[in-house]
Design a binder for this molecule. Structure first.
Ligand code: PLP
Length: 459
């Protein structure tokens, strides 16, 4: 069967039209959006690879769950169903639903962190870092050496550097490290997985210093699949068994169900600590809602419960990881430099390597994003100096990012293989004329998180 296509393991019951635009129209739309993909109207996009967050397609079973949602204010049936599902996969006793991942983060970190604290993570996602720093604590990234090299091939490039973790704890003292976080898969690090051995090693360090370990669980199912495929001793296990073991090493987790919850909105915070969950519930009630619904409708809880079950189906995960690799392998064959090996939810193009004539201060990633839209109506996002750099207010000097990447994030169960083939064709055409692509000048910005609203002009 190795020679056969890995087909979408579903058939399509409901369709949403997408519309082609002309190049002249796209040129106008792009100028109106000041060369920022966040300012484009989604209706003017043909293939939307801006993010895999909340952009997935729900199944017939999830839509049926929506109709079964219990909208009681307190103690709703849908909450207890979600609690059952989460307890059986994640193994945590207490579950607080939230409207999305960052709400769980805000509640967790404002309950656990204080000024002067340090929170280590393999790599913090931007909202995770922002919510930690909001409490006055410091967020520290500890990726491994190979995790920092785009072209290096390694099965678990998302791992945390365990020696660096020991060093940080020794430097600041365990009493100033309220928790350690592991992000699975490592989103900001290229969607790369974390190995079970690494999770166990981090757990052992946490045990020695009596520090709780939390998992940022957004892509736990994709990470579980990679462990099963790549790590010694897991080949015979189901993704669910792998996930169970993974979470057995943790004291709790935050989850954005907009990723591996297969829903358009939702998240949760889970743990085993009764005293902590009481403090967290007070905050939840203040800003999200009563603890049995968080910021969600009963139907959302119900769809999330069904999504968490479906995301662990082997046919689904096989297709999901294979279809991301399909895009990555195809681009590699054409010669497009990407972060290797392909991760779970996205392909990251190395724009600095593809457009060496464009210096970082003229944003090669943003320039490539603009070209992909102009060429074929594809929307991607820059992960480089626009997102992580900054401009000195006095000198106008640009502090540039370590890497200039363009992320093609793949929504779950939304696009077919022919859509992805089209993406490869467009990229191939852009690649053929890559030496004629010029940079962009940033003409307006509003930090922090300037990438959402910054405006550009051709340089
Ligand atoms: C998306 C994401 C979050 C935040 O979740 P939201 O639902 O967008 O608030 C946190 N961590 C990681 C790794 C993510 O990918």
């Amino acid at each position: 069967m190795g020679h056969r296509s890995i087909i979408e393991p579903f058939r399509i019951k409901c369709v949403e039209p997408i519309r082609m635009t002309t190049r002249v129209q796209r040129r106008n739309f792009l100028e109106e959006a000041a060369y920022n993909p966040f300012l484009l109207h989604a209706d003017h996009v043909l293939i939307d690879l801006l993010t895999d967050s909340g952009t997935g397609a729900m199944s017939a079973e999830q839509w049926a769950s929506i109709m079964r949602g219990d909208e009681s204010y307190a103690g709703g049936r849908s909450y207890y169903r979600l609690l059952d599902v989460i307890q059986s996969i994640f193994g945590f006793r207490y579950v607080l639903p939230t409207h999305q991942g960052r709400a769980a983060e805000r509640i967790l970190f404002s309950s656990m962190c204080k000024p002067g604290d340090v929170v280590p993570n393999n790599t913090h996602f931007d909202t995770t870092r922002a919510n930690i720093e909001e409490t006055g604590a410091q967020a520290v990234d500890l990726p491994t050496a190979e995790g920092r090299l785009p072209a290096a091939i390694h099965p678990f490039k998302g791992n945390m550097d365990v020696d660096a973790l020991e060093t940080v704890i020794a430097q600041v003292g365990a009493d100033r490290v309220p928790l350690v976080v592991l992000t699975v898969t490592n989103n900001s690090g290229g969607g790369q997985p974390v190995s079970m051995a690494n999770i166990r090693a981090v757990r052992a360090v946490c045990n020695r210093h009596r520090i709780p370990l939390y998992i940022d669980a957004c892509r736990f199912a994709e990470n579980s699949w990679f462990i099963r495929e790549r790590e010694e001793g897991y080949a015979g296990k189901t993704p669910r068994e792998v996930a169970r073991e993974l979470f057995s090493y943790a004291d709790g987790c935050t989850m954005s169900a907009k990723k591996d919850g297969l829903v358009n909105i939702g998240g949760f915070l889970a743990c085993n600590d009764e005293a902590l969950v009481k403090r967290e519930s007070r905050l939840l009630i203040l800003t999200e809602g009563f603890p049995t619904y968080g910021g969600l409708a009963g139907r959302d809880l119900e769809a999330m419960a069904t999504g968490l079950e479906e995301v662990l189906h082997e046919d689904y995960l096989h297709y999901r990881i294979a279809s991301t690799a399909y895009l990555g392998d195809h681009l590699t064959r054409i010669g497009v430099p990407i972060v290797q090996p392909p991760g779970g939810h996205a392909i990251y193009i190395d724009a600095a390597a593809m457009l060496p004539q464009v210096p970082a201060r003229l944003f090669p990633g943003q320039a490539l994003v603009a070209e992909l839209y102009l060429e074929g109506g594809i929307r991607a996002v820059e992960i480089g100096t626009v997102m992580f750099g900054s401009t000195d207010a006095q000198t106008g000097e640009e502090t540039v990012a370590a890497m200039e990447l363009v992320r093609l994030a793949i929504p779950r169960r939304v696009y077919t293989q022919s859509h992805i083939d089209y993406v490869c064709e467009v990229l191939s055409d852009v690649f053929a004329r890559r030496d004629r692509i010029a940079g962009l000048r940033m003409v307006w910005q509003a930090p922090p998180l300037r990438h959402f609203t910054a405006r550009f002009q051709p340089a």
